[in-house]
Structure formats: structure tokens, C-alpha cells
Design a protein around this ligand. Structure first.
Ligand code: NAD
Ligand code: ZN
Length: 255
């Protein structure tokens, strides 16, 4: 391993502070077969966000937006956690990671065994009526290729946050509290371009946390907020990180 290997530096930091929080984005689920929004395989190449991912677009033409949501729902339904999700769950079991704040709506952190998960942008598990607010489990109402409707006759929207919608109050409050009080923020697979999620690393840094970023590419955080950038794929990096942290006594000295 090369000197000043960033994975080992991150391992030292995590072992030393033991009150880490993770912030994850679409990139952590790419290796589970769910494309991110940005990047070469990104969904935005196929669906223009202004046309498909805003609450205004949904209200104007729900059937059209449900075509994108249907693709998302089937991708999420078929996907299984990868070693990056498993690695974060393992860090929680080891007492190193306190919680995961995720922008993802795929439920893969919980499927991997993470218990403290803050779903910042909601999830695809349930649907809500745009008129009477009645909620339903997605599997009860949604059939691929259709626009689900409520008993009252109105359209159902998944409980995910579309552009133009507020972050669920409890998720926002607890995410900010976690950011303000953690020792290390492990940022995995987010382009940090979606607001207000992209403020979380800044809040953590300002409150004194070290920020470790796992992303094959640089983001707006890398030069300004990140302390250690690990330019690799999430599954490989998390597997290596957990492997180092499992060794009793600490990561081997750098040479
Ligand atoms: P994004 O699509 O804007 O960016 C993805 C980032 O992940 C990029 O910076 C890319 O370089 C990085 N990446 C790609 N492959 C990676 C890998 N193997 N390991 C580590 N990093 C990798 O994602 P975002 O910042 O999360 O913002 C998009 C919004 O859309 C979020 O709200 C997100 O939750 C939502 N979304 C969710 C899913 C999902 O639930 N799985 C999928 C697509 C989009
Ligand atoms: Zn209704």
C-alpha cells in the first residue's frame, strides 16, 4: 500500500474519534444496479429533471412523471445491497458509525442491516394522496406501468421528495443535529449538487468534524470542505476500510 494511503488515513480518523456519521447519495447504489442521476450512466441523460422530477411537473402531468418513477421503483425493487451498504452496516455494529443520512430512496441501507438511517428524501415504500393525504404501502397500489390512485379517485405520489418540495421536518432536523455533533462525516457517492443535502458536509465541517469523501470523481466539496478524498468506488473502499478497522490494535503504520 502506498504511503499516505487515504483509506488508511480515514481508518485512523474513524478509530480515533468513534462518532462517525455517513452521508450517502445515489453513487453508493450504482454497484447495486441503480443508476445515479448525474454521470455517464445517469438517469438525467434519459429524463430531464425539470420535466420529470419537480412537484410542478408531477401536478401538471402525473402520468408522465410516473413513467420515470415506475422505472425507479422497479430498479429499487430488484436491487440488493452491495459491499458498500454492508460496510456501513458493519461499521455501525462495530460502534464506529452512529447513523447514516441517505439521500437515496431505495431502502438498501436498511436491507444491509443499518439501523439508524435518516431518509432525507423519503422512500419508495409508501404512496400519499395529493388531495386527502391518505397513505398506502406502494406494493398495495402500484402496478408497473400505471398511475396509482387513491380511494378518493385522486392521484397517489410516492413519499419521495421531488424538486420544489420541502425535506421532511424530522429528517432535516435530525440530519443537521447529526452533522453538528459528529466527529467524522463519511460522504459516500454524492455529487453534492442537490440542496439542502449538500449543506450537511459544510455544517459538519464548521462544527469541527473531519470530512472524508468517497467518490471516484471530485465534487464541489472536494477542494473546499473535504479533508480526505478517497477516489475509488464505494464498495471497494468500504470493504478495505472495514478490513483495516477489524484488525485489533489499529491500522498498520504507514511506510
Ligand atoms: P448524483 O447522481 O447527483 O451523483 C452521484 C455521485 O456518485 C457522482 O458524484 C458520482 O461520481 C458518484 N459515484 C458514481 N459511482 C460511484 C461509486 N461506485 N462509488 C462512489 N461514488 C460513485 O447523486 P446524489 O448526489 O445522490 O443526488 C441525486 C438525487 O437523486 C438524490 O436525491 C438521490 O437520492 C436521488 N437518486 C436516488 C437514487 C437511489 O435511491 N438509489 C438513484 C438516483 C438518484
Ligand atoms: Zn385521496
Amino acid at each position: 500500500m502506498k504511503a499516505h494511503d487515504p483509506v488508511r488515513q480515514a481508518a485512523r480518523l474513524l478509530r480515533g474519534r468513534r462518532d462517525a456519521v455517513a452521508l450517502t447519495g445515489a453513487g453508493i447504489s450504482v454497484e447495486s444496479g441503480i443508476p445515479a442521476f448525474r454521470g455517464s450512466q445517469g438517469l438525467w441523460g434519459k429524463y430531464d429533471p425539470a420535466e420529470y422530477a419537480t412537484i410542478g411537473a408531477f401536478m401538471r402531468n402525473p402520468a408522465k412523471v410516473w413513467r420515470m418513477l415506475s422505472e425507479m421503483a422497479s430498479l429499487c425493487g430488484d436491487a440488493v445491497p452491495n459491499p458498500a451498504h454492508a460496510g456501513l452496516a458493519e461499521l455501525e455494529r462495530m460502534g464506529i458509525l452512529r447513523s447514516v443520512i441517505t439521500q437515496n430512496v431505495d431502502g438498501l441501507h436498511q436491507a444491509a442491516g443499518s439501523r439508524q438511517v435518516i431518509e432525507y428524501h423519503g422512500n419508495m415504500e409508501s404512496l400519499v394522496c395529493i388531495a386527502c393525504w391518505k397513505q398506502y404501502p406502494t406494493r398495495e397500489r402500484w402496478v408497473d406501468g400505471t398511475t396509482p390512485s387513491c380511494d378518493c379517485g385522486q392521484i397517489l405520489k410516492p413519499n419521495v421528495v421531488l424538486f420544489g418540495e420541502p425535506i421532511p421536518w424530522l429528517a432535516q432536523e435530525s440530519a443537521e443535529e447529526e452533522a453538528r455533533t459528529c466527529g467524522v462525516l463519511l460522504v459516500v457517492g454524492t455529487s453534492a449538487q442537490v440542496s439542502p443535502a449538500c449543506d450537511i458536509p459544510r455544517i459538519a465541517r464548521k462544527a469541527g468534524a473531519a470530512v472524508v469523501e468517497v467518490n471516484p470523481e471530485e465534487t464541489p466539496l472536494t477542494a473546499s470542505v473535504t479533508d480526505i478524498h478517497i477516489p475509488g468506488a464505494a464498495s471497494e473502499v468500504l470493504r478495505t476500510l472495514v478490513g483495516i478497522l477489524r484488525v485489533p490494535g489499529g491500522p498498520p503504520p504507514e511506510h
